[in-house]
Design a binder for this molecule. Structure first.
Ligand code: PEP
Ligand code: MG
Length: 892
């Protein structure tokens, strides 16, 4: 352990770059302090202290003294002591990790209040009711979070106090009522926690600090981290901040603001304000707020100052910031800022707006967006022309078009979604306990809370459709129904939620393609007068990405239609044409004949019948991709996949036998099915092995490719065919196939008189191929990494089975954060790719290198492939824009 390690930093000592150490909140409080903005003085305990605590179960030895020293300094600055009887300093103790985890960890306010100092606070504030209300809030929050008392007990006691007085709102309780409530709260603490509520302010503070440390490891925090892919070992910092009060009367209040609209990116005044309230009231969405713009008429001085601070922050952070502030008797205080979460669409718009404002350059703009956001923008949305039954309207908190059955609690949401139902989670408001329900739901709908309510913030972070604050909805979670202007929606009724407009519909509304897809399809032009801002922003960002990226992007496509779409989406060729898809449907019968052939003649006849069909496939494909490379892979899957299902066929044969109705062909088929049956077909007779044992199969395909290319050249086309051999494990396999292929190509050259150039290469999708890549490169002009099979064989995971069987358990146990079939396993599979790249290039410096497994369209994997020096990635047509963008981000 580092002897000079410092566990506590004053706000004046930190800065925004220290998020690892001070957490996001602490680092930004320090940054604002140093910018000269009005931040209540305080200090931050580092994430390192938290890590020591979580590992050893104790605070680090030096922490106590360091906290004492910083507390002394704070008391000096404030001119009062923590919990001092006649004039108490009160502090908040807030969690704050490197990455924001809204509402997931603990916070305790009003630390320093006790039976003695409550009177001092009353005098200081000139408001007895306020002092007792603050005290009861402390006992409630402290009891619940630090001492683990069931929060409902306090809520119930509060409700009873109101009922006894026949009032409905907290503010109708006076000092005497609150005094009684404090007594009762203390009794609850004693009974439930088995100890008195601590009267010593320093003990309160120390216990709260440990409780914040511990809240890093609550179940809901862990779940949130898994969902957001936040590492589990970062720990949280703890911020000790002198209290300011937004609940000291009508000239006080608290609010949340954005420097631009987090949904559209537009500049303006966005946020919510709540008069005479304390911080957490806004985020919890408990009372309805007013728009921030209204603050101008409530308190012009504070409003103007806030606007100026927002401008300072945007120019300083060069990005959208979100802010929490409090006004205490006309004095504005900044409680938090950070670079704010935003919708996918806003991310693109804001990035280009900031370029236009000269705040960031194009390379930085690329880092402000990502492929997952682009993918989200490509989702369909509701058809505006559809007949709809509008139920109500709320705040468009997180965009998307979600349709599903109404459910009113998280448990049902999870249960129904597990059984394959699409659900919409409908709540009055959500809280951190609703997290797994929110994950399970297609969309989230709440009747209360603003754009900064829990539901809105969390949904935006997850990219989930959310409408919040739809006040017309009367949500009755107990009876599992909601009523909207007389219409009743029961649990299980279908509703449609439009997170882009805030509209909520009864029944299922049909969806239409997104404008971004229309743009990629070429049906909407970015330059057109009516092109929306989003399309223009996407257009510009894609242009930046294309300008800087080194990786080329190809498509996995095996018909002209997909090839043409891929081209429109920006594909620079086809990286994988799986020819097995051409052997299905009506051609199955021909393949059956090939498999059943007893004699050379029969087999040759079957191949002769297939040849013209294959050739026509390739002519169409080469035409669609004219001028761009098309990698055609020779047949890969086990042959039995082309034969009828064994059970079905057995039944058919048995029935025929019973009827004494012999069908010679079915009998032969059944024999073939039995003969070809394999226990482990993915490790059996497939790929290059087929080419080696079925005479004429690969050469027929090579001939079809060569003749198709010749035909395209005769038609003045520019075919760039590449022939790819699958599942090669040793160079000898490749050499044999290569020799045969070259002979066929030479024949076609002769027959047509056309000087065909066809590259020949292989997939690297077996560990042995990767390990002997140097040898294999002797016989291959290109490698295409088949990371699906490579992942399957390196891990020994059946790609068809494991994701449904035990991956959930693996993900829950943290063995991996994401399926290795989705994101490349860099350490294992990736290291084989890396060494094969090096070995292949050492043998053949001009070896062309690509990847065509599913990972070719996965954002994180694309960065890896850029880094190891591949020439291209190949992915399904719809993922091409994402791959282009991520390739650009990797290079920028
Ligand atoms: C691969 O294995 O990664 C690959 C692209 O081939 P297929 O998915 O067809 O096995
Ligand atoms: Mg494969």
């Amino acid at each position: 352990e580092n002897k000079d390690q410092k566990f506590v930093y004053d706000f004046t000592e930190g800065n925004k770059e220290l998020k690892d150490l001070l957490g996001g909140k602490g680092a930004n409080l320090a940054e604002m302090t140093n910018l000269g903005l009005p931040v209540p003085p305080g200090f931050t305990i580092t994430t390192e202290a938290c890590k020591v605590y979580l590992e050893s179960g104790e605070e680090p030895a030096e922490l106590r003294d360091e906290v004492s020293a910083h507390l002394d300094a704070l008391e000096q600055t404030m001119g009062k002591k923590l919990g001092q009887a006649d004039n108490p300093l009160l502090v908040s103790v807030r969690s704050g990790a490197k990455f924001s985890m809204p509402g997931m960890m603990d916070t305790v306010l009003n630390i320093g209040l006790s039976d003695e100092s409550v009177a001092g606070l009353a005098q200081q504030a000139g408001d007895e009711r306020f002092a007792w209300d603050s005290y009861r809030r402390l006992i409630q929050m402290f009891g619940k979070t630090v001492l683990g008392v069931d929060g409902e007990l306090f809520e119930d006691a509060l409700d009873e106090a109101k009922a006894a007085k026949k009032v409905t709102v907290d503010t109708d309780l006076d000092a005497a009522d609150l005094k009684k409530l404090v007594k009762q709260f203390k009794k609850i603490v004693k009974a439930e926690a088995g100890r008195d509520f601590p009267q010593d302010p320093r003990e309160q503070m120390d216990l709260a600090i440990c409780s914040v440390f511990e809240s890093w490891n609550t179940d809901r925090a862990k779940l949130y981290r898994r969902q957001e892919r936040i590492p589990g070992d970062l720990g949280t910092a703890v911020n000790i901040c002198s209290m300011v009060f937004g609940n000291l009367g009508p000239d006080s209040g608290t609010g949340v603001a954005f420097t631009r609209d987090p949904a559209s990116g537009h500049q303006g005044v966005y946020g919510d304000y709540l008069q005479n309230a304390q911080g957490e009231d806004v985020v919890a969405g408990i009372r309805n707020t007013v728009p921030l713009a209204d603050l101008e008429s409530i308190d012009k001085k504070s409003y103007d100052q806030l606007m100026q601070i927002m401008e300072t922050l945007e120019n300083h952070y060069k990005d959208l910031c979100d802010i929490e502030f409090t006004i205490e008797r006309g004095q504005l205080w900044m409680l938090q800022t950070r670079v704010g979460k935003r919708t996918a669409g806003a991310a693109f718009r804001i990035a280009t707006q900031l370029v236009d404002q000269g705040l960031i350059d194009e390379a930085e703009a690329l880092q402000r967006v990502n492929g997952a956001q682009l993918a989200q923008l490509m989702f369909p949305r509701f058809d505006e022309k559809a007949k709809t039954e509008l139920l109500g309207r709320g705040i468009a908190a997180s965009p998307g078009a979600a349709v599903g059955k109404a459910v009113f609690d998280s448990y049902t949401a999870v249960k129904w979604s597990r059984s394959g139902e699409k659900v919409i989670l409908i709540r009055r408001e959500t809280n951190p306990d609703d997290l797994d329900g929110m994950i399970a739901a297609e969309g989230i709908l709440t009747s209360r809370g603003g754009k900064t309510s829990h539901a809105a913030v969390v949904a935006r972070g997850m990219g989930k459709t959310c409408v919040c604050g739809a006040e017309e909805l009367e949500v009755d979670t107990k009876r599992r129904r909601m009523t909207v202007n007389g219409t009743v929606i029961e649990e299980g009724d279908v509703v449609s939620v439009d997170g882009s407009t805030g509209r909520v519909y009864k029944g299922e509304v049909p969806v239409v393609p997104s404008p971004v897809v229309e743009y990629f399809e070429g049906r909407m032009h970015a330059g057109a007068d009516d092109a929306d801002e989003l399309v223009q922003a996407v257009h510009r960002i894609m242009a930046y990405a294309d300008r800087v990226r080194r990786l080329r992007v190809r498509a996995n496509a095996d018909n002209a239609e997909d090839a043409l779409r891929a081209r429109r989406f920006g594909a620079q060729g086809i990286g994988l044409c799986r020819t097995e898809h051409m052997f299905l449907g009506e051609r199955r019968e021909m393949v059956e004949k090939l498999i059943l052939a007893d004699t050379d003649d029969e087999r040759e006849e079957a191949l002769r019948a297939l040849l013209p069909q294959q050739k026509q496939d390739f002519v169409e494909l080469f035409e669609a991709m004219d001028g761009l490379p098309v990698t055609v892979r020779l047949l890969d899957p086990p042959l039995h996949e082309f034969l009828p299902d064994i059970t079905e066929l057995s039944v058919r044969v048995a029935l025929a036998e019973a009827r004494k109705d012999h069908n010679e062909n079915d009998l032969r088929l059944l024999q073939a099915v039995h003969r070809l049956h394999e226990q482990n077909p993915m490790l059996g007779l497939r790929g290059v092995r087929l080419g080696l044992v079925i005479p004429g199969l690969f050469t027929m395909q090579v001939r079809a490719i060569a003749e198709a290319a010749a035909q395209r050249i005769e038609a003045k086309g520019d075919p760039r065919a590449e022939i790819m051999i699958p599942l090669v494990g040793t160079v000898q396999e490749l050499e044999i196939v290569r020799e045969e292929a070259e002979q066929v190509i030479a024949e076609v050259r002769q027959q047509t008189g056309i000087d065909l150039k066809l590259a020949l290469g292989t997939m690297i999708e077996l560990p042995r191929a990767a390990l002997t890549a140097g040898q294999i490169a002797e016989a291959a002009e290109f490698f295409s990494f088949g990371t699906n099979d490579l992942t399957q064989t390196v891990w020994g995971f059946s790609r068809d089975d494991v994701e449904a069987s035990f991956f959930t358990a693996y993900l829950e146990k943290g063995i991996f954060g994401v399926s290795p079939f989705e994101t490349i396993d860099k350490d294992g599979v990736g290291s084989l790719v890396r060494s094969a790249v090096e070995a292949g290039r050492a043998t053949r410096p001009d070896l062309k290198l690509g990847v065509c497994g599913e990972h070719g369209g996965d954002p994180e994997s694309v960065h890896f492939f850029h880094e190891v020096g591949l020439d291209y990635v190949s992915c399904s047509p719809f993922r091409i824009p994402v791959a282009r963008l991520e390739a650009g981000r990797a290079a920028a």
